[in-house]
Write a protein that binds this ligand. Structure first.
Ligand code: TXA
Ligand code: MG
Length: 310
């Protein structure tokens, strides 16, 4: 308990001085900085080597704090009441007098906002006077981090502090929904689309591959383990590791399991860890067996198909 408090204090001290700190969320680790500070936000972009026109998600404790920065509407309130805190990000209209750094949004008039569920992150947000801008804690286009050690692998000593909250429960990023006009999904993520539709009582539009690339998480190359990846594979080829989601009769050294019983939730949780491990184990290529395209399986397939563009 004492160490939790002292870790929160350490994170706060760095953030108050405009440094970046890695934080645990229920989806993936974030690389956080004060969203009201130009200096902090610029540091995030530099550390991640992220293009300046790719806006960041801002994390709030709750809707009360959000009201200083964004306009909200009925769709937002319905979804917020059901799913926040949790793995959903909302695109909302920024208020004219908001204090959000212009570097967060690349001067756009909309803002991506999220209310994270991880208890440690929530404790941190409670002691801060500002929301946290936090993209996934990885170098741009690479795999997101789901453990403190992944973050260190990505950034080494370049970041001041990692608030270690253990392994991320969901393991893939949040679902992004644009609420500026007709509700539109911009990124598949930890929350299934049908759950969102049940609450809104209507179908949502899906634009996860828009030509306009409003959400640059839509760029074709993304979530890459850094070696070629092939999807819908039945058998591995020479030098390939094979990623499986259900148990095979015979298994070989080059077989890696996301789950042994076709469990999609567990597979999502293991996805980035297994892809990182395969690369570390020295394989030059990855093949992945076909994964059911339903629920969070859609998110897994989205990430794998982008990773396969390497
Ligand atoms: O689960 C998550 O969402 C994690 C954790 C740390 O919260 N964060 C995350 O952030 O995945 P990031 O930066 O890796 O992905 C955010 C995506 C990017 O694709 C970005 O282009 C999009 O959100 N985005 C941010 N602001 C936007 C806006 N105003 N309109 C449309 N898309 C936006
Ligand atoms: Mg990311």
């Amino acid at each position: 308990m004492k160490s939790i408090q002292s870790n929160i204090k350490k994170a706060k001290d760095y953030l108050d001085k405009n440094h970046c700190v890695a934080v645990p969320t229920e989806t993936v680790y974030g690389l956080a900085g004060n969203a009201y500070s130009n200096m902090s936000v610029k540091k995030i972009f530099n550390l991640k080597k992220r293009p300046k026109n790719n806006p960041l998600i801002v994390h709030y404790l709750d809707v009360n704090k959000l009201k200083d920065d964004c306009h909200i509407d009925d769709n937002f309130i319905k979804l917020y009441n059901h799913f926040s805190p949790g793995p959903i990000t909302f695109i909302l209209k920024l208020k004219k007098d908001s204090k959000i750094s212009k570097f967060v949004t690349n001067k756009q008039t909309s803002l991506a906002v999220r209310f994270p569920k991880h208890p440690l992150f929530r404790k941190l947000l409670k002691v801060l006077d500002y929301p946290l801008a936090a993209p996934s804690a990885n170098i741009s286009t690479r795999l997101s981090s789901v453990k403190a050690s992944d973050v260190i692998e990505e950034f080494g000593s370049k970041i001041k502090y990692v608030l270690d909250g253990g392994r991320c429960q969901i393991g893939v990023e949040s679902t992004i929904i644009n609420l500026l006009s007709k509700p539109t999904i911009l990124r598949f993520g930890g929350l299934g689309i049908s759950k969102i539709e049940n609450i809104l009582k209507k179908k949502v539009l899906i634009k996860t591959n828009s030509k306009k690339k409003i959400a640059p998480g839509q760029f074709p190359l993304h979530y890459s383990p850094g070696i070629p990846l092939r999807i819908n594979a039945k058998k591995p080829k020479k030098n390939e590791a094979l990623v499986l989601i259900k148990k095979r009769k015979t298994t070989f050294k080059n077989y890696y399991y996301l789950s042994k019983n076709n469990n999609l939730q567990q597979s999502a949780k293991n996805l980035y860890t297994i892809l990182r491990k395969i690369k570390k184990d020295g394989y030059k290529k990855i093949a992945v067996e076909k994964i059911q395209n339903k629920g969070i399986g859609k998110t897994i397939n989205d990430r794998l198909s982008r990773a396969s563009k390497y």
